[in-house]
Ligand binder design. Structure first.
Ligand code: DGP
Length: 114
């Protein structure tokens, strides 16, 4: 989608370091990290929110969680704990309307989140 930040990053039109990429998703460091490790796992297809997921997205949704675990093992925070978060809608704090999954690690997490 032409005016979407994450589509532009995927197309190389906005610079960002991709720390992982496959055919269906890519991973970047969050520009405003909320933890020592704060990555964004972003499906390439422009899906605005969780509510617009379709049957065709099943495999990438599974892959998101598989990649989160791989990044945790590779980053050495698999045992200390990590959190995967998706915000759905402005009321939940979503600011970029291209679905993405926050992977947070490196500090103690609070529950419930604010
Ligand atoms: P959310 O609020 O759940 O929609 O999260 C959007 C996140 O995206 C937020 O934590 C900041 C991050 N972000 C926004 N614009 C950019 C950007 O241009 N580059 C990077 N690396 N992250 C961005």
């Amino acid at each position: 989608m032409s005016d979407c930040i994450f589509c532009k990053i995927d197309q190389g039109e906005i610079p960002a370091e991709k720390v992982f990429e496959d055919e269906g998703l890519f991973v970047i460091k969050d520009v405003n990290p909320q933890a020592p490790t704060h990555l964004l796992i972003i499906p390439k297809r422009h899906i605005p929110t969780l509510l617009e997921l379709e049957e065709q997205d099943r495999s990438v949704m599974s892959r998101v969680h598989e990649v989160a675990g791989k990044l945790a093992c590779d980053g050495g925070f698999d045992q200390s704990g990590f959190r995967v978060v998706v915000n759905c809608g402005a009321g939940a704090g979503q600011s970029v309307f291209h679905i993405h999954f926050h992977l947070l690690a490196g500090r103690a997490m609070q529950w419930p989140p604010g």
